[in-house]
Design a protein around this ligand. Structure first.
Ligand SMILES: [Zn+2]
Length: 254
């Protein structure tokens, strides 16, 4: 699937803007203003790094990090599925608590396990786009055409399986550069981040993960959890218990 004309135009503008700092540095160097060139280089490089790597930074496009102000609920978001070992167990835990979550699925995994994707949708959960191949180490540096392929590829995969176009996108590891906003606009996607996490994809002790989640579990929180990790079921159960203890409820984003 090739990008529509408006997306190509917006991407070209973003590409031209991304070259501006380098051209300015080059011009300053050629004119002999070496200190000015260094200042421009380090300032723009620092700003680009912050805008790209900080998940909650919205410099390169709109994003949502919490439920609307005044919300009394919390949103559970579960990344990186579907997974043949864990997804069904997570769905059963959610059913037990009558809770609905948003699952950010990886396109390649969804294509390998379409029956799990359909089961997630069948049980009333929301399915979001989490890129086609989840290139976590390089997503921050993807150029415009590969970025389009990652986002539109996952969108197509999920539409083919469920018949419905996802409305939410979450970038791998929360990184988002100059070239994310145009594909999202073209595909009608909104970027949903989080403001509460326990690092369950890297921490092996569920108690440590829970203690981190506990600190951020306030009304309006969007909790980041992961599928496909050994402790995911335990962490989800404990998080749901904690939500109940605090008198909160689980809700989906609007
Ligand atoms: Zn992920």
């Amino acid at each position: 699937m090739s990008p529509p004309p408006q997306c190509r135009k917006e991407t070209s503008i973003a590409f031209a803007l991304s070259l501006l700092p380098a051209l300015t540095v080059l011009a300053a160097l050629l004119a002999g203003y070496h200190a000015l060139a260094a200042l421009i280089f380090f300032t723009t490089f620092g700003l680009i790094v912050i805008g790209t790597l900080v998940p909650r930074c919205a410099w390169f496009g709109p994003l949502i990090c919490s439920l609307p102000a005044g919300s009394k609920g919390v949103c559970l978001s579960i990344d990186d599925g579907p997974d043949p070992e864990h997804t069904l167990a997570l769905l059963d835990i959610l059913d037990l608590h009558q809770a609905k979550a948003i699952f950010f699925l990886i396109g390649d995994r969804a294509a390998r396990h379409p029956e799990l994707v359909r089961e997630i949708a069948h049980r009333g959960h929301v399915i979001g786009n989490h890129s086609q191949t989840h290139p976590s180490a390089t997503f921050w540096a993807l150029g415009p055409w590969r970025m389009w392929a990652e986002i539109s590829g996952c969108q197509q995969t999920l539409i083919q399986i469920t018949g419905t176009a996802p409305q939410w996108f979450r970038p791998p590891v929360g990184h988002h550069n100059f070239f994310v906003a145009a594909p999202l606009r073209a595909l009608g996607l909104r970027m949903l981040m989080w403001n509460c996490r326990g690092y369950d994809a890297v921490e092996k002790d569920p108690a440590v993960v829970l203690s981190r989640i506990e600190k951020g579990l306030h009304p309006g929180a969007i909790v980041l959890l992961h599928d496909a990790v050994p402790i995911c079921g335990e962490v989800l159960s404990a998080t749901l218990a904690l939500i109940q203890q605090r008198g909160l409820h689980v809700q989906l984003p609007d």
